[in-house]
Design a protein. Structure first.
Length: 343
């Protein structure tokens, strides 16, 4: 039987480029090559698409050639340019690990839709919603899900710093891996935090700090049947969780300890899993997502954010939660591709 040809896209133009390369390295090491034929497409930080042999930190220095995904449904694949000639390579499914802007915001999903190629993960609409935390909060709130108190600042807007209930977090509305995030404890710190966030996005989200422990839940599946991983728990030593910005995340976080499963009662973990599924459905997710929440002392579960394309690195939370539930990374990759082909 012919192998299923899977285009694996990595790199990209966002600040999460290096994390994406690490995710692709792990997928390359764990994909079942008896069943799948991986086709690796790296995208440089400047946006150049290249067909390469295998993802690695210095992949651009390897044996690469230009390649683009055709939006023509009849081609259903890649246009590969080499030695002043081109060839069409058919693609049966796409698996993007392009984290951040252009990877998780509906952009690449739109190209997959145009091309007619089934793809892993959320569709255009849910990707765009979850990438914009302010939109995710509005929809979640309308669905009866608890969110932090929040304020939205567009590029030409301001607000009275004295009116905010400190401490607050100032974030780019559409960014990931905690880039541009600042914890603000007083009004005189607000302007600098907004300027930091504006380096990543013109739309700013300010949210009241939520007391309680940070927890997460991995969700897998299309709308009908959802599988959840074990709940994890982040214990902060100081600051806030930002492992992807640390020098050596493979050795563990510098300021946090991640427990999988979470050090919580079975009933608390069950409630977190059920809330994660409720959020996943309310935001229209499919394929996969990592739902981050806060568990407060009074038992209330508050949405933090939804990551529709979580990391697949050796230290990433999503595959660790699934592994704790008995699903290996190789099996997880297989299930995600099957879900893409079934949708």
């Amino acid at each position: 039987m012919d192998k299923i040809k899977v285009a694996i896209l990595f790199g990209g133009c966002s600040e999460e480029h290096d994390v994406s390369v690490k995710s692709a390295v792990e997928i390359a090491a764990n994909i079942n090559t008896d069943k799948y034929e991986p086709i690796y497409i790296g995208i440089t930080k400047s946006g150049v698409w290249k067909l390469c042999e295998k993802p690695r930190p210095d992949w651009e220095n390897g044996n690469c050639c230009s390649a683009v995904l055709s939006p023509d449904k009849h081609m259903h694949g890649l246009i590969v340019l080499k030695d002043n000639e081109f060839e069409i390579r058919r693609v049966d499914a796409a698996f993007s690990v392009l984290h951040g802007k252009s990877g998780e915001d509906g952009s690449i999903q739109g190209l997959f839709e145009l091309s007619g190629i089934p793809y892993v993960g959320c569709d255009i609409q849910s990707s765009a919603i979850c990438m914009d935390k302010s939109l995710a909060y509005i929809l979640a709130k309308n669905a009866g899900i608890a969110t932090p108190e929040f304020w939205i600042l567009n590029h030409d807007e301001s607000l009275a710093a004295e009116a905010l209930p400190y401490p607050v977090f100032v974030k780019p509305a559409r960014s990931g891996s905690s880039f541009g995030v600042t914890k603000v404890n007083s009004a005189d710190e607000l302007d600098a935090a907004i300027e930091t966030a504006r380096q990543y996005d013109s739309k700013i989200l300010i949210e009241q700090a939520v007391s309680g422990c940070e927890v997460g839940c991995a969700v897998l599946g299309n709308s009908a049947e959802l599988i959840v991983g074990e709940v994890d728990q982040i214990r902060l030593r100081h600051g806030f969780f930002r492992i992807h910005q640390e020098a050596e995340p493979e050795k563990g976080s510098e300021n946090a300890e991640i427990n999988v499963p979470a050090d919580l009662s079975a009933e608390e973990r069950r409630r977190i899993q059920e809330t994660a599924k409720q959020i996943y459905k309310a935001l229209g997710c499919s394929g996969l997502a990592r739902v981050d929440m806060f568990l407060q002392e009074n038992g209330c579960i508050v949405l933090n954010e939804v990551n529709t394309l979580p990391g697949f690195t050796s230290y990433s939370r999503y595959p660790r939660m699934m592994a704790a539930a008995g699903i290996t990374l190789s099996e997880l990759i297989d299930r995600l591709i099957v879900l893409a082909l079934e949708r």
